[in-house]
Design a protein around this ligand. Structure first.
Ligand SMILES: Nc1ncnc2c1ncn2[C@@H]1O[C@H](COP(=O)(O)OP(=O)(O)O)[C@@H](O)[C@H]1O
Ligand SMILES: [Mg+2]
Length: 508
């Protein structure tokens, strides 16, 4: 069999956890091979081993049939292996070309070399349909374009095997489609791709084969065309998974949140939200649908108190909270699952236990006479870890930075739900999570609704907004385009509204 890469019996242990336990992955030449697994399953670890960032404790790696030892990423590059990481490693102030030649094994970098390099970058960009301007500065181009620069970086170094670590997590739906086109071009030109993802839709769209790992172990490799989404999901999580959110008709009660003609400026002092009004009642989920950057962030910041409103008001349970601080709003009954979980949701260098009491540590039973009560804190943490299935190496004592994104997110959701707020704001609550976690989190949000909470959901995943919401408010360019019942609309209608077309008027 013609394998470009073979990893056999790979084991890698970290303190307290076996990240990879006897994993086997065989990559055929010219295929797109998906590596599927839940958060924390060991995917990034396995690929970091292939890219020379970690040494395996056991196991064999073969490249083009020959056994190799990949002691660092330079060795990987020389063997024709490249990797696009989850977080790009580009220098903002440099141009595309400068970033691409940075760290490559060129001796001297003068003007002439830059020009030669830029020509080569341009040629590669053309060949693979990347459409990248070699002279653009990184800080001026979109995230999708930056990702293409990372792809070009691999191609510039003549990579034959390209590893993508969850490449679509940061992309818009359109950018995802474009990337899928690019991946198909790459294999057509003879490259081989390993695609780390937990999005089955994407695997179905591009992958030829799929290797599933669960809790560090290989579950199996399947041909994607012959395998249903349900089967792959079951292999991944070890039980059957439902893709439809199971929920009854909502029974909305009293008004919990009233947003009255809210106008909010963004950081560039431009009106990002314009006279926006919306009502949310107890026992319903209202989803905000919109293309990224149309005022969603400013709306949420104005409700939670992170940003001052220019005009208009926010009323919670009949009380005007427009002038209150973040903490006061929290205490008035707002729970917030923030958009950027690492910046706003967590203190990464604190332990999980500490993160779970961030908002309440000053209160009994967590504090007494100004002293933290470790036993009570631990008990609280254990309860959330248990009921929200938060997995990490050392339970409550784990440093949050070392936890996978999905487990970080479950911890935040557990913390916010446990505070029992009347209004739960969930911004991109399942971004970057696997189907098992998504199903779980959706169920918990519906459960909050059924307990009589008002849930405000902001998501860029239209599927999620449609599946989870009772009503959907569409936002475009900072304005409310309209509100529709989720059961009476569809992706097409929402898509049009997201582009600014009003339903009643039939025009923008
Ligand atoms: N450098 C590290 N030190 C300690 N534990 C780690 C390290 N990297 C990953 N882990 C742990 O190993 C497990 C697998 O992680 P990872 O390979 O990142 O999973 P995935 O990419 O599938 O989400 C997780 O439990 C994670 O917390
Ligand atoms: Mg990972």
């Amino acid at each position: 069999m013609d394998y470009v890469v073979e990893m056999v019996g790979i084991r890698k242990e970290f303190p307290g956890i076996v990240a990879n336990d006897d994993i086997t992955l065989q990559l055929k030449r010219g295929e797109i091979h998906a590596l599927l697994g839940e958060n924390g399953a060991g995917k990034s670890t396995l690929m970091s081993i292939l890219f020379g960032m970690y040494q395996p404790d056991r196991g064999v790696i073969k490249v083009n049939g020959r056994e190799v030892r990949i002691s660092n990423p330079n060795v990987a590059n020389r063997l024709g292996i490249g990797m696009v990481h989850q977080h790009f490693k580009l220098v903002e102030a440099f141009t595309v070309t400068e970033n691409i030649i940075l760290g490559s094994e060129t001796r001297r970098v003068g003007m002439l070399d830059i020009r030669t390099a830029a020509n080569r970058v341009e040629a590669l960009s053309k060949q693979y349909g990347l459409n990248v301007d070699p002279h653009a500065k990184i800080e001026d181009i979109s995230v999708g374009m930056q990702q293409r620069v990372e792809i070009l970086k691999m191609l510039y170094r003549d990579a034959e095997v390209l590893i993508f670590d969850e490449p679509t997590a940061v992309l818009t739906p359109q950018e995802i489609e474009d990337l899928q086109g690019i991946m198909k071009n790459l294999v057509q030109e003879g490259k081989s791709i390993i695609l780390i993802t937990h999005k089955l839709k994407e695997i179905k769209a591009v992958a030829d084969r799929c290797t599933v790992i669960r809790r560090g172990r290989t579950i199996g490799t399947v041909d994607v065309a012959d395998t249903s989404r349900e089967t792959m999901a079951e292999m991944m999580v070890g039980r059957s998974v439902s893709f439809k959110v199971d929920k009854q008709e909502s029974r909305p009660g009293e008004t919990v949140l009233e947003i009255r003609s809210l106008t909010v400026k963004n950081s560039k002092k431009v009106d990002a939200l314009k006279a926006f009004s919306l009502e949310l009642r107890a026992g319903e989920i209202v989803g905000i649908a919109g293309v990224d950057g149309n005022g969603q962030t400013e709306l949420i910041e104005a409700i939670t108190g992170l940003r001052q409103a220019e005009s208009g008001s926010v009323i919670l349970n009949g009380k005007d909270i427009t002038g209150l601080s973040v903490r006061q709003r929290n205490e008035s009954g707002i729970g917030h699952i923030p958009e950027d979980r690492q910046k706003r949701g967590l203190v990464l260098d604190y332990t999980l236990e500490e993160n779970l009491i961030l908002e309440i540590y000053k209160r009994p039973p967590y504090s007494k006479n100004g002293l933290l009560q470790r036993a009570a804190i631990r008990k609280h943490a254990e309860h959330i870890i248990q009921s929200f299935d938060v997995r990490s190496g050392e339970a409550g004592r784990s440093i949050v930075r070392s936890m996978s994104g999905g487990n970080q997110q479950k911890a935040i959701i557990g913390r916010e739900v446990e505070r029992d707020p009347d209004l739960l704001i969930a911004v991109q609550p399942t971004r970057g999570l696997d189907v098992g976690s998504i199903e779980y989190i959706h169920r918990r949000l519906v459960e909050q609704r059924d307990k009589g909470k008002a849930v405000l959901l902001v998501s860029l995943e239209l599927d999620e907004v449609l599946n989870l919401s009772d009503r959907i408010a569409v936002i475009n360019n900072g304005e409310l385009v309209g509100v529709v019942n989720a059961s009476e609309t569809n992706e097409q209608e929402l898509g049009l509204m997201m582009a600014g077309y009003h339903k009643e008027e039939g025009s923008a």
